[in-house]
Ligand binder design. Structure first.
Ligand code: GLY
Length: 413
């Protein structure tokens, strides 16, 4: 190296170092500003607390209590939240998550999940994973054992195998039969073509007639088909409903401990009968779940496409940072979805959206776009050590029942 180059190198190095010092002090003052702008109550939570989607408590067991037991025993908040959501993931009877999840249009189960660990401010995510049921734990493994945040498709499945996750067929006979019913019944009304958000979207003719009495033949035909396929009578109407109203079942869970540490996780088999490769909101950090150790956590179930467009979980946490209560933060985010449709109720009736919100001081809320029917209102699960985990009714933006998408003639619920 020539002496001149060496000296100019030194000059660059000193300039860089000086600039680095300046950056450091700017960062420090910005950090201080960020802290001062926090409008979140500074109190630490009075107790450990967990919130989840309603399927955190099922007739087959209370998954939120299993997670809470670990939290109360001192487990990390993400470990407690993953324990909760692994319940539905392992349960073949829950056809919205993990093993036994409803498949895509090719009859393949594809799972999505993401997580955020508050204390270490890290995130992990997987999308379109096949043959691995515990994708919430897989998202944490991406977070802990790679320099990445998100793995998808074959790469994610291969990573899971390499990390020791067992490979198994996730399609149960129950879910396969409902797929078969959907396939055999199916017409030209599917996920191909422009969606509800397309400016030139037109409702297909005839869909406004939704009452069973106006549509007796399709339901009767479905009932006969379901019997032929061998779906037991007791489960036939449920299967028909899933064919007509493809569900987006999912579970989110957030956990907060007495030290004020918090984490959040979301896991799903996604929208039933989706196109292969479709990822919803559940693996998207900031949509399916978000956690900021300084503020709080939020997660979502429902219309993935709509939630992605408002970055729902992140919007809620940022709303709380600016001083909104958990309920106000969730309602404001639901209203952003309404705004995206210019308040058009003929379209909003097809959008189902639920948020589960936990602030750093232990305040919480469950909010929902629609109230659901009076006898079966939208709910969420809470565990706070004051007794067994319980369901609470979510605060609804609109009274009534959403119709699921794609719109099809449907039976009486
Ligand atoms: N919210 C789940 C999904 O849309 O896949």
């Amino acid at each position: 190296m020539k002496r001149r180059d060496f000296l100019s190198g030194l000059a660059v190095t000193s300039a860089t170092l000086a600039a680095g010092q300046a950056t450091k002090s700017t960062d420090a003052s910005q950090n201080k500003d960020a802290q001062q702008n926090l409008k979140v109550p500074r109190t630490t939570p009075a107790k450990n607390i967990m919130i989840s989607a309603a399927n955190g408590i099922t007739p087959r067991g209370s998954h939120i209590d299993a997670g809470y037991k670990k939290l109360a025993a001192g487990a990390d908040t993400l470990e407690a939240a993953i324990t909760t959501v692994s319940g539905p993931e392992n349960d073949p009877e829950d056809d919205s998550v993990g093993l036994g999840g409803l498949p895509n249009e090719d009859c393949v189960v594809e799972l999505d999940a993401c997580c955020m660990h508050g204390p270490s401010r890290r995130a992990g995510s997987v999308g379109g994973v096949r043959d691995i049921k515990n994708v919430a734990a897989l998202a944490r493994t991406v977070m802990e054992h790679t320099g990445h945040v998100m793995l998808v498709g074959q790469g994610a499945t291969r990573f899971a195998e390499l990390m020791g996750f067992p490979k198994e067929n996730l399609l149960t006979e129950h879910s396969r039969k409902i797929w078969q019913l959907w396939k055999e019944y199916h017409s030209d009304r599917d996920w191909w073509g422009p969606g509800l958000a397309d400016p030139s979207f037109k409702f297909p003719a005839g869909l406004e007639t939704s009452a069973l009495e106006d549509q007796p033949k399709p339901i009767q035909r479905l009932y006969a088909l379901a019997a032929e396929i061998g779906i037991p009578e007791a489960r036939r109407m449920d299967a028909i409903q899933k064919v007509l109203d493809p569900p987006t079942g999912t579970i989110n869970c957030s956990a907060l401990n007495e030290k004020g540490e918090m984490s959040s996780v979301t896991t799903t088999s996604g929208l039933a009968w989706k196109l292969a490769g479709r990822c919803g909101d559940s693996p998207i950090i900031g949509a399916g779940c978000y956690c900021d150790q300084d503020v709080g956590a939020a997660g979502a179930t429902g219309s993935g496409e709509e939630n992605i467009k408002v970055a729902g979980a992140h919007t809620i946490v940022e709303n709380m940072r600016r001083g909104m209560s958990p309920e106000e933060a969730g309602m404001d985010t639901l209203k952003r979805i309404v705004r995206n449709y210019n308040n058009d109720m003929s379209k909003l009736i097809y959008i189902s959206m639920h948020y589960y919100i936990l602030r750093k001081d232990g305040a919480y809320a469950g909010v929902s776009m629609w109230s659901g029917p009076a006898e079966r209102p939208a709910r969420f699960a809470i565990a706070d050590g004051s007794g067994p985990g319980r369901h609470e009714v979510a605060k609804a933006l609109f009274q009534g029942n959403p119709k699921d998408w794609p719109p099809m003639p449907r039976g009486r619920r």
